[in-house]
Design a protein around this ligand. Structure first.
Ligand SMILES: Cc1cc2nc3c(=O)[nH]c(=O)nc-3n(C[C@H](O)[C@H](O)[C@H](O)COP(=O)(O)OP(=O)(O)OC[C@H]3O[C@@H](n4cnc5c(N)ncnc54)[C@H](O)[C@@H]3O)c2cc1C
Length: 378
């Protein structure tokens, strides 16, 4: 069994620490804050979980395993993590979201239905959809509560013997030609056989020498008090809505907490570049107005009083596929980064894959598409 240091205990790092420690490795893991926290990519009370993957069907087998692992974590910790609401992917007739999701649902036998615009509006009258739009309803989609998921992964890691160091940023890491790795924090220096780097939006700075083409972008999410009885938003599926004018996808959730918290919605993929240190955390009134304009056409009753808005960070790769694998220059340094705004649902399977890599086991899934070398040839 190996000594493994993990940098970052957010979604992916807590999953990795948990899986590595459960496999018998000696794990020392560090975070610059005390996760779950609001400075990175894993806060905001909800993350969509869906398996009919319009982005690329190669993700679907990983999602089957992720679902199993989320359920295992639920059983072990005694807390519900996966909330099944159903999921709607809504598209214009020449769109991709519903069409490609339906293709992947058919191919992998995922329970689903294709709905006309009329049927969609009959079942969930809060939506206003052009008559020629279609929706793919994935029955087992829903959402995860990210803060609780991270708490549970950390608890599991600690139970399995991982040493968790919170509020202890790693200031520097090094790898020697023999393969031994070391990290320096403000408090001490630690040596290990393997280093796992799961630094989320800090990845560009943690991996600066590789020059990976990662872009960190600032995203804004909103919680509104609807203008009609909020109960109508309680049984809503999670949804993604592709606009016919090519505007970024609108997505949202049912009411997931008490009525006083409101209903969450956002647009996927602002391109405002930042770092975690420079990200503008206040929300401008133009941003609120743009969101209201977007909802006016689609969920007109949602944009009542704004109750809350917050920022969160994506770490984008050029092809929007993840980075997962060995550092091209240092085989004992393993990277998981660039989750491009869709990684949370995969966290436990990413932890398991990192654990396979540490054990030098052939990963259970083909991860060639995630190779760090596609951007940073050795
Ligand atoms: C608004 C928003 C909505 C999203 N919606 C979805 C969704 O619906 N479904 C979905 O699947 N995904 C979604 N995502 C994407 C998903 O949340 C991210 O892909 C995922 O959370 C990334 O996890 P991570 O572990 O890479 O980063 P993080 O969870 O941010 O963790 C990185 C950790 O590394 C620590 N760290 C960094 N540098 C150091 C250092 N030097 N020393 C010590 N610690 C360090 C940080 O403190 C942090 O805790 C969304 C993201 C955002 C922002």
């Amino acid at each position: 069994m190996a000594d493994v240091v993990v940098i970052g205990l957010g979604a992916m790092g807590s999953a990795a620490a948990s899986c590595l420690a459960a496999s018998g490795h000696r794990v020392s893991a560090f975070d610059r804050f005390t996760p779950p926290h609001v400075h990175g990519s894993s806060h905001g009370h909800s993350r969509i979980f869906r398996q009919a993957y319009w982005e690329d069907i190669r993700y679907v087998p990983l999602l089957f395993r992720a679902r199993e692992l989320w359920h295992r974590l639920e059983r072990d910790g005694g807390k519900q993590l996966v909330h099944v609401t159903g999921g709607l992917m809504i598209s214009p007739p020449d769109g991709q979201l519903a069409q490609r999701s339906a293709e992947s649902a058919r191919q992998f036998d995922l329970p689903h239905q294709v709905l006309s615009a009329r049927e969609l509006m009959r079942r969930w009258p809060v939506f206003v959809v052009d008559g020629d739009h279609i929706a793919l309803l994935e029955h087992n989609a829903g959402y995860l509560v990210p803060e609780l998921c991270i708490e549970q992964q950390l608890a599991q890691a600690a139970r399995s013997g991982a040493e968790l160091h919170f509020n202890e940023p790693v200031l520097e890491w090094t790898a020697s030609p023999s393969g031994a790795v070391a990290v320096r924090t403000a408090l001490s220096r630690y040596e290990s056989d393997y280093l796992v780097i799961t630094a989320g939006p800090w990845a560009p700075q943690t991996l600066a020498e590789l020059g990976l083409p990662l872009r960190v972008t600032r995203q804004v999410v909103f919680w509104f008090e609807p203008r009609e009885p909020i109960g109508r938003y309680r049984d809503l599926p999670i949804y993604l809505y592709e606009s016919s004018d090519g505007a970024p996808v609108l997505y949202g959730f049912p009411l997931t907490g008490p009525s006083s918290e409101g209903v969450k919605a956002a647009v996927h993929g602002s391109t405002e570049l930042c770092t975690p240190e420079t990200a503008r955390r206040e929300i401008r009134s133009e941003e609120e107005q743009a969101m209201r304009a977007r909802l006016a056409n689609t969920l007109p009753s949602l944009a009542g009083r704004l109750l809350r808005a917050e920022t969160c960070l994506y770490t984008m790769t050029p092809d929007e596929n993840f980075i997962l694998g060995a550092h091209p220059l240092h085989p004992s340094v393993l990277l998981a980064a660039g989750f491009s705004g869709h990684g949370f649902k995969f966290a436990p399977v990413i932890g398991e894959l990192l654990s396979d890599l540490v054990a030098n086991r052939k990963p259970s899934f083909d991860i060639a598409m995630f190779s760090p070398s596609r951007f940073a040839p050795a």
